[in-house]
Design a protein around this ligand. Structure first.
Ligand code: XMP
Length: 509
C-alpha cells in the first residue's frame, strides 16, 4: 500500500491511479488523517499532493514533521514538495517568475527517482511559490532556468520531492519517475492486481454490512452492475437489486440485464424487475421540453423505486455506483446548468436506510471495467458505452411515445451491430441513433412516403466535456442507412450528425 496525502490538489486521485497502474495498491487520504492511523496503515510509501495554498498561509493544510521521520519513503509533489522543504527548514518563496505548463527540466539521472529518465525532459509545472533553497542534507536533483530546485532528495532519509507534476500526462516521463519511486525507493513489488481490489473490497463490505439488509437500484450500466456484483459476492441474499425498466432502454437491454442478474444468472442475490414502461409513457405523453422530460423520468424513477423499497421494508444500506469522476463533478462549483445530468439515480427520500455503500468511489471508469472483468461480468455489460439515465427519452426529440421508442431502438440496434461488425467501435466515446422530430417526403417503391428522419451520431471524446464527431467510414454509414430504411418502419431518411461539442452536445436533448 502507498498512500496519497491530499493537500487539496486537483490531481490527487490521478496520482493514486498512476500508482495503481504500476500494480501497487494506492489510496488517497485527507491531510487530516492522524499519524497513528498512518502507522496503523503501515504504507510502503507516502505521496504528498499539490494544492492551491502557500505553505506560509495561515489556513494552509500542513502535516506534522514527524511524518517525515517514520522511515517511510515520502515523495512531495508541487505544494507537497514545498511543504517538505518548509517542515525541514528549507526556504520557500514566491517565485520571481511563476511557471505554468510544459517546461524543460534538467534532471540528475544518477538520482534513483530519475533512473532511466532523459537528462532533459518535459515536465508539467504549475506553481507560484518555489523552493528557493533545499533543506540541509538535501541534494538538488533537477532544475529549470527559473526554478533552482525543480526536484530535491535526501536518499538517506528516503525523502524525495518534485516541483513539477509527474502524475499528469504532459510530464512525458512522469510514469517512469513514479514507478522508480514505488519500486526502487519504496520497495513495492508491483504484484497488486484488480483482483486484490475485489478481494479487499468484498471483505470491507462484509465487515461494514454485517448481517444488514442492502438495497441497490440496478440500471444495467457498468457502474451499478459492478457495484451489485461486489455486494452480491460479499453478502449474497442480503442484497436486493431493484431494476426499473422504464421502457427507455436500448433494444433488448431489459432482458439482457434480467438474464445476468435474474434467477437464471450466476449471482447470489434477490432480483426484482419492475416493468414500468407504460407508466413512464403515460407520464411523458404530450411533453416535449427536454428538461421537463428529464425531470419526469427522474422523478418517476424514484417513485417506482420507492414503491418497491416499501414492499421490502426498512433496509440498512443503500448501494450507490458512484465512481470517482462523479465525486469530482458533484464537487464542481456553480457552472451553468446546460442539462441536469444527474437527475436519475438521485437519492430517494422515502426509503429508510441507515447508510450508503459506495464501493467504487475511488475508481476511474476504466478501473471499474477492469474490476467488472475480474468479477466475471459478461463483456457486453462491462464494455458498454455510457448511457444516460433518462435513456432514449432524450434521444427522441419532442414527445416520447411507445412507437417512437420502438423506431429508435431498432435503428440504434442496427447501427451498433454494423459498427461492431466493421470493427470501428474502438476509440469511439459514444455512438447511437436518435429520432429527430422531423418528417419528410420520400419515395419507396412507387409510393410517396412521409416518415421520420433518424440521426446517427458517433463521437470521440476523452472526458465527455468536449467531443468531436467521429469519421465513420462512408460504406458503414451507407449500410446502416440502407438497413434502417428497409428494416425500420416509419423511417425514410437517415442523417449523420457532424456537430462537435461545443457548440453541440453529445445527446440531442
Ligand atoms: P451531453 O449531451 O451533455 O452529454 O454532451 C455528456 C454525457 O452525459 C450523458 N448524459 C446524461 N447522463 N443523465 C445521465 O445520466 C442525463 O440526463 C444525461 N444527459 C447526458 C451523455 O450520454 C454523455 O455521456
Amino acid at each position: 500500500l502507498v498512500i496519497v496525502l491530499d493537500f487539496g490538489g486537483q490531481y490527487n486521485q490521478l496520482i493514486a491511479r498512476r500508482v495503481r497502474e504500476c500494480n501497487v495498491y494506492c489510496e488517497v487520504h485527507p491531510y487530516t488523517i492522524s499519524l497513528d492511523k498512518i502507522r496503523e496503515l503501515n504504507p510502503k510509501g507516502i505521496i504528498f499532493t499539490g494544492g492551491p495554498n502557500s505553505v506560509y498561509g495561515e489556513e494552509s493544510p500542513r502535516y506534522e514533521k514527524a511524518v517525515l521521520e517514520l522511515g517511510i519513503p515520502v515523495l512531495g509533489i508541487c505544494y507537497g514538495s514545498q511543504l517538505m522543504a518548509y517542515l525541514l527548514e528549507g526556504k520557500v518563496e514566491t517565485a520571481p517568475v511563476s511557471e505554468y505548463g510544459k517546461t524543460e527540466v534538467k534532471v540528475d539521472s544518477s538520482s534513483v527517482l530519475f533512473d532511466g529518465v532523459s537528462e532533459s525532459t518535459i515536465c508539467w509545472m504549475s506553481h507560484t511559490d518555489y523552493i528557493a533553497e533545499a533543506p540541509e542534507g538535501f541534494k538538488v536533483s533537477a532544475t529549470t532556468p527559473v526554478c533552482p530546485v525543480a526536484a530535491m532528495e535526501c536518499p538517506d532519509r528516503k525523502l524525495y520531492a518534485t516541483q513539477f507534476h509527474p502524475e499528469v500526462m504532459h510530464t512525458q516521463e512522469g510514469t517512469k519517475m513514479l514507478s522508480n519511486f514505488v519500486y526502487n525507493v519504496c520497495g513495492c513489488k508491483g504484484d497488486w492486481k484488480m483482483d486484490s481490489f475485489v478481494e479487499k473490497t468484498v471483505s470491507e463490505i462484509r465487515e461494514k454490512v454485517g448481517d444488514g439488509k442492502v438495497l441497490c437500484a440496478l440500471s444495467g450500466g457498468v457502474d451499478s452492475s459492478v457495484a451489485a456484483v461486489l455486494l452480491s459476492k460479499a453478502v449474497g441474499k442480503q442484497l436486493t437489486c431493484v431494476f426499473v425498466d422504464h421502457g427507455l432502454l436500448r433494444k433488448d437491454e431489459g432482458d439482457e440485464v434480467e438474464s445476468v442478474f435474474g434467477p437464471e444468472g450466476p449471482y447470489d442475490l434477490n432480483f426484482i424487475r419492475v416493468n414500468a414502461q407504460e407508466r413512464f409513457y403515460e407520464k411523458l405523453a404530450g411533453v416535449t421540453e427536454p428538461e421537463a422530460k428529464r425531470k419526469i423520468i427522474g422523478e418517476e424513477f424514484i417513485r417506482v423505486f420507492e414503491e418497491e423499497a416499501k414492499k421490502i421494508g426498512a433496509v440498512d444500506f443503500l448501494v450507490q455506483g458512484t465512481i470517482y469522476p462523479d465525486v469530482i463533478e458533484s464537487g464542481l462549483g456553480k457552472s451553468a446548468v446546460i442539462k441536469s445530468h444527474h437527475n436519475v439515480g438521485g437519492l430517494p427520500e422515502h426509503v429508510e436506510f441507515k447508510e450508503i455503500v459506495e464501493p467504487l468511489r475511488l475508481l476511474f471508469k476504466d478501473e471499474v471495467r477492469r474490476a467488472g472483468r475480474e468479477l466475471g461480468i459478461p463483456e457486453y455489460l462491462v464494455s458498454r458505452q455510457p448511457f444516460p439515465g433518462p435513456g432514449l427519452g432524450i434521444r427522441i426529440i419532442g414527445e416520447v411515445t411507445a412507437d417512437k421508442v420502438k423506431i429508435v431502438q431498432d435503428a440504434d440496434a442496427i447501427y451498433r451491430e454494423e459498427i461492431a461488425k466493421a470493427g470501428v467501435d474502438k476509440g469511439l466515446g459514444q455512438y447511437f441513433a436518435a429520432l429527430t422530430n422531423m418528417r419528410s417526403v420520400g419515395v419507396m417503391g412507387d409510393f410517396r412516403t412521409y416518415d421520420y428522419a433518424v440521426a446517427l451520431r458517433a463521437v470521440t471524446t476523452s472526458d465527455f466535456m468536449t467531443a468531436e464527431a467521429a469519421e465513420i467510414p462512408w460504406e458503414v454509414l451507407n449500410r446502416c442507412m440502407n438497413r434502417i430504411i428497409n428494416e425500420v418502419k416509419g423511417v425514410n431518411r437517415v442523417v449523420y450528425d457532424l456537430t462537435s461539442k461545443p457548440p453541440g452536445t453529445i445527446e440531442f436533448e
